[in-house]
Design a protein. Structure first.
Length: 219
């Protein structure tokens, strides 16, 4: 009897060790929402990245903690480990935070997703791409400079360009309209689902499913 118990206990110990190692080797994905810190910026168009990060953390039941260069939440999801980052460096220095957490967690750029606003897309339009230029976005420009190149996935959320010539800064740092605020929860959920899908099905399938306009049905 004692021998059976010892064998059972030994087997349980081995299983727990294997489980621990699998957790340690779990594929990591760094997802970064770009924005500006401070309550005055929370519901501005330029901060859609932070709102998506907040919703993703909420969905994964993860809590943000203040870490180096930003707020970080960590959660496991179907065999993947999400590291959700909201840089505290302000938009034009976002690359410092992204580079630090890529290096700290030893994450390949292919498993990095940056999500941010884009004035060149109609409001609510999602565009996931494997690479691309900064498109004049200061946050993406900083990331590109500090991690070396444009070869990393990014999810762009359209905010439109309903502003006069020379009015872009005021527009992106301005508040959403009432009509847009009513639509935001659904659109943010859609962006969140795209990030979760990316972790499970990869870039190409996620692009096929989620690169749609708000009034289009997902494939």
């Amino acid at each position: 009897m004692r021998g059976k118990f010892k064998n059972w206990a030994k087997g349980l110990f081995i299983k727990s060790q294997i489980s621990f190692k699998e957790g340690e080797n779990m594929k990591k994905i760094l997802v970064v929402g770009l924005g500006n810190i401070g309550p005055e910026y929370k519901y501005t168009r330029h901060n859609i990245g932070f709102l998506i990060a907040d919703r993703l953390a909420e969905k994964l039941k993860a809590t943000f903690k203040t870490e180096r260069y930003g707020a970080v939440a960590v959660a496991n999801y179907r065999g993947k480990r999400f590291i959700i980052l909201k840089p505290a460096t302000y938009m034009n220095l976002s690359g410092k935070a992204v580079r630090y957490w890529l290096e700290k967690e030893k994450i390949d750029k292919n498993n990095l997703v940056i999500f941010t606003d884009d004035v060149n897309l109609d409001f609510g339009t999602l565009r996931l791409r494997p690479k691309g230029s900064d498109g004049g976005h200061n946050g993406l420009k900083s990331v590109q400079e500090l991690i070396g190149g444009m070869q990393y996935p990014r999810l762009r959320f359209g905010i439109g360009k309903d502003y006069p010539q020379g009015g872009q800064i005021d527009y992106v740092l301005g508040q959403w309209t009432k009509a847009q605020m009513e639509q935001l929860p659904k659109l943010i959920d859609q962006a969140t689902e795209a990030l979760l899908n990316f972790a499970q099905e990869g870039l190409q399938r996620t692009m096929n499913k989620f690169n749609t306009k708000p009034n289009q049905t997902k494939k």
